[in-house]
Design a protein around this ligand. Structure first.
Ligand code: GAL
Length: 416
């Protein structure tokens, strides 16, 4: 074949390839399907579109991402992983351990991510010294979202202790509304329990959920935490079982329920419904947890791809995600706060400003802990074992908190 012919053949081949696969597309697996989540996702999609990075959507509904992770496993087993995947905490490290993730170190080094991403997040964005994921936000779970009119109707102030919380919930019940908007799914009960246990003290939280200390998991303080969780069950409505988290948010938004104990993605739902913090709703840290933060950071992990074009698209997506202007625009809508320390708080509402200040304070004071409920405290096997006991306790399957705590210690030991 002459040079010219060979060149022509190569060009034709390229044409065929690009007409089948858009070289710059990224296929993104995620679970952002609620109103607020979809609005935030659009900020990301639109941003990537301006950079000519095509988006192939792979949504897998289900708060907390359990269904998405099952779908991911199936795709990887079939030898066809998506390019980019929304992922949390230890799941990222597990996939890195399997050798399934690409390497973002080149773009991370060029852009100086090491200097601006909090160390606690880097613990999940890097493995063996290599960047393997780009953090898009920092959510936290120890929040309560309260309908302002419902709170005003109690004549009480926003609660700062467990006893004050119980007084507000009792009053809301008397006033004829469902005090606690809740969806009966294991990850939602675990999210509530993040706050309940943190409310017993950061020491208990760390020893039990991060150090997996059997004495803390099965001891009297954990027993009390379970008694509190069991008490909270008495404030939910009869139809709570299986309800999605965003429908529980909607109950608070429309005044059917008084409050929801949920991560700050709930704020995305309030904002999407046109509600204003301080006017229509109030955001407080779970009573007794002001000063501590249980974090949950959504990251995009990039799976191994062959072609240079696909690798370039992954790097471009990661770079776009880490851009400070984008981090502001995205997190304002999502309800979370930026995953970089150098993003100004001007564009954020009062709850967002509080979230940013709380995160910085907790980071400085050593009171920033990974969320048990969202896979930032322990690997999936331990998390799932913990979920089982929490949900069983919430549904009244143990005689009391002490029995639940004993079961937790046993389940966690068996899962390791
Ligand atoms: C969390 C995730 C959040 C939010 C929530 C509900 O695990 O980190 O971004 O989407 O689930 O779906």
């Amino acid at each position: 074949m002459t040079m010219m012919k060979r060149g022509f053949a190569a060009a034709a081949m390229l044409l065929v390839t690009t007409s089948l696969v858009h070289a710059e597309d990224v296929e993104v697996l995620h679970w952002w399907t609620s109103g607020g989540e979809a609005a935030a996702l659009n900020v990301l999609k639109d941003d990537l579109a301006t950079k000519s990075i095509g988006w192939v959507d792979m949504p897998v509904a289900g708060g907390g991402g359990e269904a998405a992770m099952t779908a991911l496993r199936a795709r990887v087993t079939a030898g066809d992983p998506p390019t980019a995947v929304q992922m949390l905490g230890f799941d990222i490290l597990d996939w890195a351990g399997e050798g399934a993730l690409g390497d973002l170190t080149e773009v991370a080094t060029a852009e100086g991510w090491d200097a601006v991403v909090p160390a606690a997040l880097q613990g999940f964005s890097k493995a063996d010294g290599k960047w393997i994921a780009a953090p898009v936000n920092v959510h936290s779970t120890n929040w309560v979202w309260i309908n302002k009119a419902a709170l005003d109707a109690t004549g009480l102030a926003a609660p700062t202790t467990w006893d004050e919380l119980v007084a507000v919930l009792d009053k809301m019940k008397e006033n004829g509304i469902t005090p606690l908007g809740h969806g009966g799914q294991p990850w939602q009960e675990a999210t509530v329990f993040d706050g309940v246990v943190l409310g017993m003290g950061g020491d208990l939280y760390k020893k039990a959920f991060i150090d997996l200390d059997p004495a803390a998991l099965g001891g009297p303080e954990m027993a009390e935490a379970f008694n509190r969780l069991i008490k909270l069950r008495s404030y939910v409505d009869d139809n709570f079982s299986g309800r999605d988290w965003n429908l529980a948010s909607a109950m608070v938004i429309n005044g059917e329920a008084g409050m929801q104990m949920m991560g700050d993605w709930a704020k995305g739902e309030f904002l999407k419904a046109g509600k204003v913090p301080g006017t229509d709703f109030v955001c407080i840290r779970f009573p007794g947890t002001q000063g501590s933060v249980t974090f949950n950071s959504d990251q995009f992990a990039m799976f191994n791809v062959e072609s240079d074009e696909a690798k370039a698209a992954q790097a471009a997506m990661a770079s776009a995600i880490m851009n400070p202007t984008f981090q502001s625009a995205f997190n304002v809508v999502k309800g979370s706060v930026p995953a970089r320390t150098d993003v100004p708080n001007d564009a954020f509402d009062d709850c967002g400003k509080k979230g940013m200040a709380d995160l910085a304070e907790a980071n400085t004071n050593g009171t920033l802990f990974g969320s048990m409920a969202h896979g930032h405290a322990a690997p999936a096997a331990v998390k799932n074992a913990t979920y089982d006991v929490i949900t069983a306790a919430f549904n009244g399957e143990y005689a009391d908190g002490a029995a639940a705590a004993a079961a937790l210690a046993e389940a966690v030991a068996a899962a390791q």
